[in-house]
Design a binder for this molecule. Sequence first.
Ligand code: PEP
Ligand code: MG
Length: 753
Amino acid sequence: MPSPGASPGSVRLLRQIRDVMAREGDAQERLDALVRLIAANMVAEVCSIYLRRAGGSMELCATEGLKREAVHNLRMAEGEGLVGVVARTAEPVALSDAPMHPNFSYHPETGEDPYHSFLGVPILRGGRLLGVLVVQNMTERAYEDEEVETLQTIAMVLAEVIGTSELAEESELAGIEIRPSRPDHLYGRGFAEGLAIGEAYVLEPHVAPTRLIAEDPAAEEERLTAALGELRATLDQLAEGEGRPEGGVTREVLETYRMFARDPKWVARLQDAVRAGLTAEAAVERARNEQRARMATAREVYLRDRLHDLEDLANRLLRHLAGDAMEPPPENAVLIARQIGPAELLELGPQGLAGVALEEGSASAHATIVARALGIPMVGRLEGVLDRAETGDTVILDGRSGEAHLRPGDEVVDAFRQRIELRSQRQRAYARLRGRRAKTKDGRELQLMLNAGLLVDLPQIEATGADGIGLFRTEFQFMIADRLPKQEDQVELYTQVMQAAGDKPVIFRTLDLGGDKILPYLTAERERNPAMGWRAIRMSLDRQGLFRYQLRALMTAAAGRELNVMFPLVATPDEFRAARDLAVKELEWARGRGRPVPERMKVGVMVETPALACGLDAILGDADFVSVGANDLFQFFYAVDRENARLSDRYDILDRGFVRLLRDIARSCAQRGVPASVCGEMAGRPLEAAALAALGFPRLSMPPGGIGPVKQSLLQLDAGDLQNVIEEFLTDSDASHLRNVLQDFATERDLPH
Ligand code: PEP
Ligand code: MG
């Protein structure tokens, strides 16, 4: 069947609309001219534009056919009438006999009695609803699909021309929010500490199409087809394992994208928009706007996820249409995205990012860990930030409180700059503590160590004065590489790590792969519960080749010095022994061949499963040291997915049950003389760290930003005192959270928290 091609009529109309809006003069006159133009072209007796006021009501701002007096006097409450239905659902409503509809709301002052048929479409820009465009006819007529399509296309152009005009400045139209221009304050969760002020850079390309209307519709259709072809090819490549998935996108999501990219309905929507006279970009933007607006109202999680996927797909298609990669962020940019993957952040971070603001994200996701390593403040779970921020806006982020200010006023900026200054004074104070031992007032000395995993982390040993690296996450090297790192690459990295540490100890954690850390170059079966699946030590014991290669690399790099190695996610004593036996065998093998070997090897275990935590006694005789991976232990203790943003506030790590578990671990280890540390994120927070010191952990391993505040807290702490408070809480109190008790304790004694 031949392609229907663009209708010359609709292209002409779109151009006329653009020309009307480009005219100089009164904004109201321009809107009036528009409704006349649209009514005439759509052969409708009525055409009205309703625009949304800041409170959510819809104001009749221009009409052809209804009474003039109603303009600016008719305001429909949020959700009221058929206009409200269009606004709420972000979908067109076409009715042949509107007054019969249960949502019809009668306003005699408009003089709309004679009109029966009604067609309303949303006016959307960047996923925001600006208003509703309505046409009405006297006869009870059914609007054709093509007419609905045309009116939607007109609404898209209208949205862009209204959105970029000075409409909102006019007195009668003041208070109508065309584009975000006011200061906005959002509350999310602080994921990586620090204060940032910078320029918003929205990672998902918001193409405000400069060329909305196709000059040559046939050429636009060809461009769209070509870009769709490229998009499908890229997705196929990614899904088949060539190149790594970006942006934290999993293979499963890629499969969904592949399916959607071939979805005839989606493709037809884009083609229809191009045929109605839009450019390919504008067509994609229109589809994306509609998806976004629907996403904002979708309650069902599954549906929201699918709409997210579709939006991502639209973003990718826009990138293909733009021809090349996106422009790099400017200096001092605050990156705004829904989610970001560790590799992507590693790529963008060192280019001078001031901060990262995410719609989603989670406190222990790997991108968050990367942000902390790079010292980039990150705030997540900022609902609506993508819709409310525009590239170029000034943004302030507080990585601790989780607040974000968009387009802040001068007073907020000034106050914030003062806080930045205060913070740097505090940082200077922490820096002065660099050379001091972390000793509590009552004489308990703790080792404060770093969590690391990347070369960029290494200068932090020197900068923070840490006592070594308490957790080196070896899988990071694998996660950011395009292919499996060779043994010599591993030796090279481990050697650099040990050199940077000098005389200080480094504890290497063997590969913690699997789960959410699936490598594109290692095919693995998709699992329903990857965090509890075939991962970490389970994978290492089943695929011993990879594990032994790594052990060999570690031995070579640690030649002549002490090697500390520990295993992740051990659940049973047998797993630990099997892994330790392999390490010993490798050592003997290397020694037997006269290869360089460590002077001494210490083998430890991570306590990350409740099973091991409860059966710890059974392996304390065989383990040289223990490290509590509190991120995972907490996840499994509470059965709460650490990556699930919706649950990240639900349980407190200082809850009674978890604190008791930690106390028992510390106690068992102390009784058996096995050094115990905590290396989850909690160890880097002063309040939690004080509790851990009081519980008797002699070693804490944390992100670099934690060392200063934790040391300061410990220097002022009477650990014995706090120990009594905690014991009392665990035995006597009815309270379920230790946090409040600790906060009172810290406030009374002026401890940082
Ligand atoms: C943990 O689980 O606490 C831990 C330190 O390991 P990771 O965060 O890498 O899983
Ligand atoms: Mg872990």
